[in-house]
Write a protein that binds this ligand. Structure first.
Ligand code: TA6
Length: 305
């Protein structure tokens, strides 16, 4: 059965063995299992802390949290009542429909509209759709943001937001390297300036590691990048998501995270495509679509290195 719903989860199964699980809470992908050409046995590609709350009591520590309408601490005047990373990851979404179900892949669409609890802290009219597509070696996630300020209730007004996929990629944090980020400008959130702002830097490394506490926001990243480690790797291709966040707390910051399992920071790297420097803006009635495609198809070449 390619698409099942049970206990607030949507479960996707591909005929060739890959699978994905999405919580309606936060539209959070909490599992993606995929094989590679030489090793078709699907392996878990995402990290979810064993201490993560999966009951809707707080955002999931792991998987792919959906970040909207703000990244990090809110700065936009319309977002000031929101918590860190906005509300999308902590609201319960609705299953709308199966978009595709064939040999090529399985795709579902979840939606989120305003609720009294959202309206109490965010009064802009919006509609979100989150489309997850599972193929044999790929998982793609698309966030569709629609500015619905075209009704009599809301005067037409632009919608300004940030959006990001907060991917917890399962990888040995001591060995993972991310390419190609060399010569990009980034903000280092681990070294705030005296005024509390992140320090601006130029990336000089060809492969970026996370062996020490890392919280970097790269501006104008390339549309495709990869993470590699001995015996594994993942490719990420993006559309509209012009920025990239790389985060691993290591023990320095990870030991202070209440829902982080012991030494969990050793098992993942957050590689987070987003639109987070400045704000995306859409006119009334328009829709913005940010997409990422995660792929294991090239992992075999790394396995033979
Ligand atoms: O994406 C990196 C980051 O902004 C870090 O600064 C850290 O706060 C991380 O997100 C996790 O945030 P959370 O609100 O999920 O604890």
């Amino acid at each position: 059965m390619p698409v099942e719903q049970s206990n607030g989860r949507v479960i996707l199964s591909h005929p060739k063995g890959s699978s994905a699980q999405i919580l309606l809470y936060g539209a959070t992908v909490v599992s993606w299992k995929a094989g590679t050409k030489p090793h078709p046995e699907p392996a878990e590609r995402l990290f979810v802390s064993s201490k993560a709350s999966l009951d809707g009591s707080k955002p999931v520590r792991g998987g792919i949290p959906v970040i909207f309408p703000c990244f990090g601490a809110p700065t936009h005047p319309e977002h000031l009542k929101l918590g860190q990373h906005g509300f999308a990851r902590s609201e319960t979404w609705s299953f709308e429909k199966i978009v595709m179900d064939n040999e090529a892949g399985v795709s579902v669409r979840l939606t989120l509209e305003t609720t009294p609890s959202i309206a109490a802290k965010y009064d802009k009219p919006f509609h979100l759709a989150f489309v997850v597509t599972l193929a044999e070696h790929q998982l793609s996630t698309d966030l569709h943001v629609t500015n619905t300020s075209t009704s009599d209730m809301f005067p037409p007004d632009n919608l300004e937001f940030q959006a990001l996929f907060h991917n917890y990629i399962r990888a040995p944090s001591e060995d993972v390297l991310i390419f190609p980020l060399q010569n990009l400008h980034y903000y280092d959130k681990t070294e705030p300036t005296e005024e509390g702002r992140s320090k601006a830097k130029l990336e000089t490394r060809s492969g970026v590691d996370v062996r020490k506490f890392t919280d970097s926001v790269y501006e104008d990243a390339p549309p495709k990048y990869e993470a590699t480690w001995p015996g594994g790797g993942i490719d990420i291709n993006v559309t509209q998501l012009k920025d990239l966040v790389v985060w691993n707390p290591q023990e320095e910051a990870g030991a202070k995270i209440a829902d982080m399992e012991d030494k969990g920071w050793e098992k993942y790297v957050c590689i987070e495509p987003g639109f987070v420097r400045g704000f995306a803006t859409i006119e009334p009635g328009r829709t913005w679509i940010g997409q990422q495609v995660l792929s294991t198809i090239h992992e075999e070449r790394r396995m033979n290195q």
